[in-house]
Design a protein around this ligand. Structure first.
Ligand SMILES: NC(=O)c1ccc[n+]([C@@H]2O[C@H](COP(=O)([O-])OP(=O)(O)OC[C@H]3O[C@@H](n4cnc5c(N)ncnc54)[C@H](O)[C@@H]3O)[C@@H](O)[C@H]2O)c1
Length: 478
């Protein structure tokens, strides 16, 4: 089936999008933990971790070999020093320059679709050193101030015909805000539509006022009209406590919201990408999960409003493709984590990190032998942008095939933050899937995509982020 889709699509090659490229010939085997254990085992990284603290991650090498033009950004490079920032797609991972340290990702994205950005540029947007440039916290006076004329990160300069108008629904949420960062840095015009149910203006505040950026409070359940070239449709609460808070609204968001956005894509001839989920596989009987697997979902269980909502959203997407020739993409996203996750959203990563930071026990539901695979946010954003800009219309899994038991994951976070906290088992939750691991063969083959970040590197950045937000919030509750 995949071959015939690819052939058919090649003959329909879209000329309006010069990003599309033929799928790579070679397929890399999915990563398995035994192969990359060294990259993910905290103990095996003791050397590199000691030389790559949060500050070091922002340090920029001033290498003569690095010929990328400077972006003009000034980056805090350790105590009291300033250095020129890297070019947006520039330093840190060039073929000629040695990597900062083994197994550390320093450049994200893909040159082929021009989404490549130095990690340090993104870090300026979500780690403390950057946000302070836009939002000053005075712990002494307990005041917040927003400098009147914020300076924006440099974005790529595109010709008019290259710059797209891109709508991101749910763009103020966790995934959406990182996608917005990347699309902005790539030089596009970005319009965010969000009702702020789980998202926050703060996630995109660093772009407010930028001439390429617009933020609109709107509920996707209601129709919306705008002229755009691409639509990334993310709007939907994604964590169980949030989507179970008002299950009827969750179904409406998935069904009516997706109909509205597909209608918009139809009218404006925009390309439409749906962020679906691994939850469409339910509690899978097939392992790892391939896109061809139809799933094992309880239609009336507590997760049904989300799982079935997304399944209908997929059905709608392909119905609009078949009936109205809407140009569609569907990403099935597996567990993703990173900075800007909501600390109270009940997802396993934020739960464990916040519990460990508070010195509380880490709570596991069931015996902790259920498995999950966790992908770092920048890998997901890479995959979404590639999928949007490649010519492949079937659903594509985006996830990191490294599989951990929940208990192993809890231990990893505990070791990173506070080795003294206990791990406690609670009764299992209803319909909790026992095993989750993506088969990413399709993404490798048709997008040329592979996750780059080890779970360990992702956890270290995420812990850094939560530590910062926690210390900032401490005085609110004093
Ligand atoms: N994070 C993951 O691990 C994961 C996994 C699978 C799928 N996904 C999908 O990715 C997308 C983004 O997830 P996330 O983790 O960023 O969640 P999130 O809750 O952080 O973001 C969702 C965003 O959508 C907005 N929103 C919700 N309902 C809306 C409505 N009716 N109208 C307008 N805006 C609305 C929220 O305010 C929020 O900004 C979702 O579609 C989710 O299903 C995420």
């Amino acid at each position: 089936m995949e071959e015939s889709v690819a052939l058919q699509e090649n003959s329909n090659e879209q000329t309006r999008d010069n990003f599309d490229k033929a799928a790579p010939d070679t397929v890399q085997a999915p990563m398995i933990r035994s192969e990359i254990g060294a990259a993910t085992d905290p103990s095996s990284q003791s050397n590199s971790s000691s030389s790559s603290s949060g500050d070091d991650a922002l340090r920029i090498r001033d290498s003569a070999e690095n010929t990328a033009p400077a972006s003009g950004l000034v980056i805090e490079a350790g105590e009291g020093q300033h250095q020129q920032g890297p070019g947006i797609g520039g330093s840190g991972g060039g073929e000629d320059s040695p990597p900062n340290s083994a197994n550390q990702v320093t450049v994200v994205g893909d040159k082929a679709v021009r989404s490549d950005i130095a990690l340090s540029v993104l870090q300026q947007l979500y780690l403390p050193e950057q946000t302070d440039a836009y939002r000053k916290v005075n712990l002494h006076d307990k005041t917040l101030s927003f400098p009147h004329s914020p300076s924006f990160p440099s974005v790529k300069m595109l010709l008019n015909h290259e710059r797209k108008r891109i709508l991101v629904t749910g763009g103020a949420g966790f995934v959406g805000s990182h996608l917005v960062d990347r699309l902005m840095l790539m030089g596009h015009e970005v319009i965010v539509l969000d009702n702020f149910f789980t998202g926050s203006k703060r996630n995109v505040q660093h772009w407010l006022g930028h001439p390429h950026f617009e933020l609109i409070r709107h509920d996707v359940v209601d129709p919306f009209m705008i002229e755009v070239d691409q639509i990334y449709h993310l709007a939907c609460p994604a964590s169980p406590p949030h989507y179970q808070y008002n299950p009827i609204k969750t179904v409406k968001t998935s069904v009516m919201g997706t109909i509205n956005m597909l209608g918009l894509a139809k009218r404006t001839k925009a390309r439409f990408l749906l962020t679906s989920t691994s939850e469409v596989y339910g509690d899978p009987e097939e392992h790892p999960q391939k896109e061809t697997y139809w799933g094992h979902v309880n239609p009336i269980g507590p997760r049904a409003c989300y799982d079935e909502g997304k399944r209908v959203a997929e059905t709608l997407t392909y119905s609009y493709m078949q009936q109205d020739e809407v140009d569609v993409r569907v990403a099935r996203i597996f567990n993703t984590f990173g900075p800007r996750m909501n600390e109270n959203d009940g997802r396993v990563v934020s739960n464990f990190i916040m519990q460990a930071l508070r010195g509380d026990e880490l709570t596991i539901y069931g015996d902790g032998q259920q498995t999950r695979s966790f992908q770092y946010i920048h890998d997901l954003v890479d995959g979404l942008i590639l999928l949007m800009n490649r010519n492949y219309k079937e659903p594509v899994n985006l996830g990191n095939p490294e599989e951990y038991t929940i208990r192993e994951f809890a231990e990893m976070i505990r070791n990173e933050i506070n080795a003294d906290v206990e791990i406690m088992s609670l009764p299992p939750t209803e319909d909790d899937p026992q095993r989750r691991r993506p088969d990413i063969g399709r993404a490798q083959r048709y997008l040329g995509w592979n996750p780059k970040f080890s779970v360990y590197q992702g956890i270290r950045e995420t812990v850094q982020y939560f530590k910062k937000t926690k210390s900032e919030q401490a005085w609110y509750t004093d």
